[in-house]
Design a protein around this ligand. Sequence first.
Ligand code: ZN
Length: 95
Amino acid sequence: MSDLICPHCTKEAPHGAKVCQGCQAEIHYGEPPRILMLLLRIVSVVLAIVLAINFSSDIWYMGVIVAVGGYFAGRALLRVKYADEIDFLRIYKTK
Ligand SMILES: [Zn+2]
């Protein structure tokens, strides 16, 4: 695997490194964007409520099961989709 280039300081970092040697940016591998994970959670909750309302009262929990299943399926898909994504997260600390 080739070296990574830090977008903040353009220093090379070996693949597998956790922190950039140049600017201490944290290097994250294969994580879907947080906004997408949050969106997935919101959609799952809304789906659970909508399905629970629309199913008849004795099988309302089936809607929740479908929504939870959808959540885990969506999360697995996002993980696979972003497995090759590498993020350099630079945290600006005030001293
Ligand atoms: Zn850097």
